[in-house]
Design a protein around this ligand. Sequence first.
Ligand code: NDP
Ligand code: 8X3
Length: 264
Amino acid sequence: MKLAGKIVLITGASSGIGEATAYAFAAEGARLLLAARRKDKVDAVGEQCLQKGAQGVHTIALDVRDQGAVAASVESFPQDWAAVEVLVNNAGLSRGLDKVYQGKIDDWDEMIDTNVKGLLYVTRAVVPGMVERGAGHVVNLGSTAGELTYPNGAVYCASKAAEKAINDGLRQDLLGTPVRVTSVDPGMVETDFSKVRFRGDDARAAKVYQGLTPLSPADVADAIVWAVTRPAHVNIARVLMTPVAQANSLLFHRVETGTAGNTR
Ligand code: NDP
Ligand code: 8X3
């Protein structure tokens, strides 16, 4: 599939993997619908995209947890932006590292509302148009966390296990249509993810990536663009990717300690 001129909707495009994915599609000459809550940030990403080769950019202030706003937003795309061909369901976050029996209810609600319900709301609003037009590709951001639960992360891991189930279910439900569905499931990627998890405690967040070379957001964007650009009859169900220093969501090797273990 050639991406020049194709309309690509990316949620969570204001930072990290979503931002890098916007740049990667921009370099292919796509037209980008970029959504996130922080409109100023998403506008700045949009400007960069135009410089990198995007054929057009339309930015949207959107909280994916707000089902009404998601539906209204997709309904109100300008006429010549309505035919979304690629949806990247990337918006997501983690909050805290706590034992389930001590966890904060608000953190659980935020993770589940964003990573599970938000992903569903956007999918529900966009995919019918893909089916109607007979063209489309949905890329969902999963995680190694959805494959294997790690201590103190049960609810975030559960949200990504739900993503895995939804990704598989959506692919089954779209059988008989040309619409493709892919989950891209990275391990540690250095973004604002840990800063958000630890609510701005940057020193604690930096420690997550100390002593190993994490994936970069561009590495993940590369996998997304690769999956989307396979021939139209090829569906990449899942891309599970980690840094070399990470075996799975439980096991990392850190150079300074020379030890393997699970320390986030
Ligand atoms: P960042 O914190 O850098 O980016 C998260 C993005 O999600 C931001 O653009 C943020 O935008 C957006 N977002 C969060 N909540 C909402 C919301 N309610 N509505 C709309 N947008 C929202 O983290 P990453 O880039 O790392 O995370 C992107 C995705 O990748 C997530 O789904 C995450 O779970 C997944 N992932 C991350 C990994 C990692 O190690 N970093 C590994 C595996 C998966 P804004 O705040 O402006 O709304
Ligand atoms: C993010 C990866 O292992 O930090 O999904 O939770 S991890």
